[in-house]
Ligand binder design. Structure first.
Ligand SMILES: CC(C)(COP(=O)(O)OP(=O)(O)OC[C@H]1O[C@@H](n2cnc3c(N)ncnc32)[C@H](O)[C@@H]1OP(=O)(O)O)[C@@H](O)C(=O)NCCC(=O)NCCS
Length: 161
């Protein structure tokens, strides 16, 4: 196993996304979100690697999940996190999140933020389990359907367990 990868409990590895992964990530994105990022948008942001970092959960069946964060000054934002519907509740999102938080801390980030649909109970439970706390709300932030966003934040001081 390459040094930059780690195993999850569900025999998938978490590693940085490569250009070759982009079609599979775009396919997952279009299956899971009503207002998905296009493959072109994913390619463009992937190329901007001083701002964006992508990770995948990769298993024998292919790409099972992915995540993207952006690093701005000393703050990281979780831009996206998704796991294929057939592999949920097996710790893949937790493993992707742990990897992002660890890398963000190592890159000198002191805080993490994210937005989440008000009704997205699974994602809210995941973020709260990492110690994210709601700091705001943006009405009608999302489209298809229109919905408000909860804004969450967390200080990046201690090591995650
Ligand atoms: C949210 C999402 C990424 C979670 O992925 P996952 O791999 O199933 O999550 P994990 O197995 O790592 O779960 C970690 C923790 O999150 C919470 N959680 C995850 N799914 C949950 C659910 N359906 N109900 C309640 N809590 C849930 C639990 O605390 C869970 O820990 P536990 O299994 O020990 O109880 C997944 O449901 C998904 O892709 N949803 C569609 C895309 C999406 O909404 N992304 C978030 C955008 S902001």
């Amino acid at each position: 196993m390459a040094e930059n990868t780690e195993k999850t409990p569900f025999s998938a590895e978490i590693r940085p996304m490569t250009e070759a992964d982009i079609p599979a990530v775009a396919s997952l994105e279009s299956r899971l979100f009503s207002d998905p990022w296009s493959e072109t948008e994913i390619r463009r942001s992937f190329a901007n690697d001083s701002l964006y970092r992508y990770y995948v959960a990769s298993g024998a069946e292919g790409i099972l999940g992915y995540a993207c964060m952006s690093l701005i000054l000393d703050e990281m934002n979780v831009d996206n996190l998704a796991v294929d519907a057939s592999c949920r509740r097996r710790g893949l999102a937790r493993a992707l999140m742990l990897r992002m938080l660890r890398d963000a801390r190592e890159a000198g980030m002191t805080a993490a933020t994210l937005e989440v649909r008000d009704s997205n109970a699974p994602a809210i439970a995941l973020y709260e389990s990492f110690g994210f706390r709601q700091i705001g709300f943006r009405k009608d932030y999302y489209v298809k359907p229109a919905e408000g966003a909860r804004i969450y934040a967390k200080a990046l001081q201690e090591e995650e367990t």
